[in-house]
Write a protein that binds this ligand. Structure first.
Ligand code: PLP
Length: 399
C-alpha cells in the first residue's frame, strides 16, 4: 500500500480564500472518486472507507443501481412541486411504508425531506400537534444526537453543543441515557413524546439496553405519549435488522430516516402510524423538496437493492466478522454496537484522534467517536477481504 497523507490539508480553512464557513475542522484529505468500499484521493492514493460518510453510503460508493436510477431519473423528470404527484415519490413512499410498517407492525404514512434533522423536525412538529396546546414537551436522552436545527439541537442531549446558541427553544428535556426512572420522572402532563435512538451513534455507539427500550414503550403506552425512534443512523440495515428498534421487540409510533436511505443522495423521511400522521392537515408542514422525483428515485433503488441482497443479513454476517477481528486485537478493550455500526474502545490513556489520524495515514477511514473510541461503519457490501485488511491495519497501528 502506498503511503498516505497525514496532515496535508486539502485546502486552507482559514483566511480569505476558504470558501466554506468555519463549522468543520480542517479536512485532511481531498477525495475525488469512490467505488464500493474504496476511495481515492487527489494524488491517486487508495483508502478503505470504514466510515461511509458517517453511515451514509451503506451500499458502497457509486453503486451501479443507484447511479443508474439517478441518471435515468435526471433525464426523465427531476422535480415537480407538491401541488402535483409524481410516480416515483408515490411508489417510494409505499416502499418505505412497506419496510417500516412491517417492522413497526402498522400501516403508516410518509413525509419526505432532505436530511435527518428535517425528518426529526417533522416528528417534533407531529408530536406538538398530537399533544395539543399545553402538552408540547418532548423528552430525549443525554448523549443523543438528533440534528443541528434549533429544535433538533434542543432535543440533542449534548449541553456543550447548546451552549453557543443559548437560549434553546423551550419544550425539551434531556435526561440520563438508559435510565428508565430518569425518563419516567421527566414525564408530566406537559409531555407529548419521547425521541430516542436504538443505538446512540454520535454519542459513542451506545446500544440501548432491552429493558430500557421496552420500558420506554411501556411508559409511552401508559401515559399516552408518542414513541419516536430516530433511525437516521441505525436505519436501513446498518445494525443487522432493517431498523434498530427491531433488536428490542418494540414497535414505535414514529420513525425518522435519512443517511443510508439515499446512499449519498440527500433524502430523509418521517414515517408515522396512520392515526398519528392523521393529526397533520394541509398547510401544517412542507418542503419545496419533499418527495422530489430525483431523490426518491435514489431511495427506491436503495431499498430495492437492499432487499435483493438481504442487506440486514449481510450486515449481521459482515458485522460478526469485523467484531471478531477487532476483539482479537489485544489493545482493543471492548467492542460495542450492532451489525456494522461498531466502536472499538481503546481505554483511557489512548488518544482515539491520534489513532484515527494514523489509520488515515495508512489508508483506512474511520472516526474518533469519543476521545477513546474509534467508530467503524463500513458499507454493508464490504468484502471479507476488506474487513481483514482493515483489522490488520488497526492491529498494526495499535501495536
Ligand atoms: N439523528 C441521528 C441519529 C444522526 O446520527 C444524525 C446525524 O448524524 C442526525 C439525526 C442528523 O442528520 P442530518 O445531518 O442529515 O441532518
Amino acid at each position: 500500500m502506498t503511503s498516505h497523507a497525514t496532515t496535508s490539508h486539502a485546502f486552507a480553512t482559514t483566511g480569505d480564500h476558504c470558501p466554506f464557513m468555519p463549522v468543520f475542522g480542517p479536512p485532511q484529505v481531498m477525495f475525488v472518486r469512490g467505488a464500493g468500499t474504496e476511495l481515492w484521493d487527489d494524488s491517486g492514493r487508495r483508502y478503505l472507507d470504514f466510515l461511509c460518510g458517517l453511515a451514509v453510503t451503506s451500499l458502497g460508493h457509486s453503486h451501479p443501481a443507484v447511479t443508474a436510477a439517478i441518471c435515468e431519473q435526471a433525464g426523465t423528470l427531476m422535480h415537480v412541486s407538491n401541488l402535483f404527484a409524481n410516480p416515483v415519490a408515490t411508489e417510494t413512499a409505499r416502499l418505505v411504508d412497506e419496510v417500516v410498517g412491517a417492522a413497526a407492525g402498522a400501516g403508516g404514512q410518509v413525509f419526505f425531506c432532505n436530511s435527518g434533522a428535517e425528518a426529526n423536525e417533522t416528528a417534533l412538529k407531529l408530536a406538538r400537534k398530537f399533544g395539543g396546546r399545553g402538552r408540547h414537551v418532548v423528552v430525549s436522552a443525554l448523549g443523543s444526537f438528533h440534528g443541528r436545527t434549533r429544535a433538533t439541537l434542543a432535543a440533542t442531549g449534548q449541553p456543550a453543543k447548546h451552549e453557543p446558541f443559548q437560549p434553546m427553544p423551550d419544550g425539551f428535556r434531556n435526561v440520563a441515557w438508559d435510565d428508565i426512572d430518569a425518563l419516567a420522572n421527566a414525564v408530566d402532563p406537559t409531555v407529548s413524546a419521547v425521541i430516542i435512538e436504538a443505538v446512540q451513534g454520535e454519542g459513542g455507539v451506545n446500544p440501548a439496553s432491552v429493558e430500557y427500550f421496552q420500558g420506554i414503550r411501556a411508559l409511552c403506552d401508559e401515559r399516552g405519549l408518542l414513541m419516536i425512534v430516530d433511525e437516521v443512523q441505525t436505519g436501513f440495515a446498518r445494525t443487522g435488522r432493517w431498523f434498530g428498534f427491531e433488536h428490542y421487540g418494540v414497535q414505535p409510533d414514529v420513525v425518522t430516516l435519512a443517511k443510508g436511505l439515499g446512499n449519498g443522495f440527500p433524502i430523509g423521511a418521517c414515517w408515522a402510524r396512520r392515526e398519528v400522521a392523521a393529526v397533520f392537515e394541509p398547510g401544517d408542514h412542507g418542503s419545496t423538496y419533499s418527495g422530489t422525483a430525483i431523490a426518491t428515485a435514489a431511495a427506491r433503488a436503495v431499498i430495492t437493492e437492499m432487499r435483493r441482497i438481504d442487506a440486514p443479513l449481510l450486515a449481521r454476517e459482515r458485522g460478526a466478522r469485523l467484531r471478531a477481528g477487532l476483539e482479537a486485537i489485544p489493545a482493543v478493550l471492548d467492542v460495542r454496537g450492532l451489525g456494522l455500526l461498531l466502536a472499538a474502545e481503546l481505554g483511557p490513556g489512548v488518544d482515539a484522534k491520534a489513532v484515527y489520524t494514523e489509520l488515515l495515514a495508512r489508508g483506512l477511514v474511520t472516526n474518533a467517536v469519543t476521545p477513546t473510541a474509534i467508530r467503524l461503519a463500513p458499507p454493508i457490501t464490504v468484502t471479507e477481504a476488506e474487513i481483514d485488511e482493515a483489522v490488520a491495519l488497526i492491529a498494526e497501528v495499535l501495536a
